[in-house]
Ligand binder design. Sequence first.
Ligand code: LM2
Ligand code: CA
Length: 476
Amino acid sequence: MTKPLRRIAAALAATALAALSLTSCAPSYPAATPITTNSVGVQMNMWSFDSIAAECPTLATDGYDWALVSPPQEDIQGSEWWDHYQPVSYMIDSSLGNEKQFKAMIAACNQVGVEIMVDVVLNHMTGQMNGQGFAGTEFTKYEFPGLYATDDFHSCPTGVDQIQDWSNVEEIQQCELLGLADLNTGKQNVRDQLAKFLQGLRKMGVSGFRVDAAKHIAASELKQIIDQLPSDTTFIDEVIGEQPPQSDYYAFSHVFSFDWITQMHNIFGSNGLLGGSADQSYFDMLSPSDKTVTLVSNHDTERNGSGLTYQFAKQFNLASAFTLAVPYGKPMMYSSYAFSDTDAGPIQGPDGYQPKAECVANVGPDHGTYADGEWVCQHRWPAIVGMIAFHKAVGDAKFTNIWQEGDGYGFGRGKLGYVAFNTGDTAIAATIKTSMPAGTYTDRISGSDVVVAADGTMQVNVASWSAVAIDVKSKK
Ligand code: LM2
Ligand code: CA
């Protein structure tokens, strides 16, 4: 090479190198779609990675945009579901599956357009004094090899390890929840370790996170962890109770609405307060719609009596349909397994891993009784699937044409949809005024025809503990 040529070559190489180092400085994260009021998620509680991978085509067909996976990291050994909330390392290996299966799940789901959200336990490690984790990691309560040493954990300012005063934010955040070793998220190295865990998951193709026990982490410290993730990452924080207020977390996260869980339990669990609860002025009193994930139940409320469950099938079914019907929040459905012992996890194989989940036959609220460990598959219940389509068809159209008659309650969503609920024990035959264009529609719940007359009225027969729902996309 001649001198000038060599110089040009060197210059070119330098530019290429600069370009390369520029791109390698920019984080190499796959793109994620932040959740919106139009998207629908589902918590696949304690579903194994292989099972979720197999279910994703069905989830996609049914209109689900994202699925929440139970905590995937190495946990303590045992058969209880709650072992998964006691991390001992950030290796992906537990009864739910290993890292290879985890990645295969993400690929299978992403391929059909279902994004994966992961439940992450950042506040604490295990509460066990010592032991060996699922993948063989040896630990003591405050020593986790390669991750944390004793001074990486909070020492509770009261001198008693456990949280005692649940109105004191400092205690809530710096003392131990249920005796679980409380990470000192005030320390940079601890935050970096947690961020590294999340970055690793995000790089594998995870789109976002449920932050377990988020209220037990100071908002300013959680923000510093979240700031280390790309801005298209979705965060949904678990902030329950009065202190600290959920609003502390709005600037960088969504929150779950525990008020919504309570409300659904009140309305559908007892005796139809339905009317007054479904109007705009009620929603205005709740957390901001755009920041809120609405849900009927989760793995905790399903067990502690505060939320509806598959055992109250018709109520759970209608409450889920209602959550999808209203112009409030970003809905997350719930799917789980049957249990009589609140500690019991799903059935495990001899190697400790869960066998593949299979939905019960005759999936739906009329299934009847379940054997322990059977997969209820609420996410496939016909009314829920029907209302996902309704939810997407009506977008953010406002309430119109409210109808109320005995245990019947209905509302329109602008000119885009109409839904009527019946929480009574007898069917209601009614003529309801809508703003829908005249024509014949398919009821999203029963599949029968519904005719809207030229004046917008429809004659419907709303079955006991059911609903009738039509929308522009179900017009024949
Ligand atoms: C959560 N959100 O803030 C989870 O949604 C909830 O399911 C977790 O509790 C909790 N926070 C901690 O992540 C569950 C379960 C507890 C269980 C913990 C830890 O509801 O019962 O506590 O996971 O596995 C268990 C024992 C408890 C014991 C504790 C520590 O049930 O008696 O406390 O482990 O050894 C002494
Ligand atoms: Ca804490």
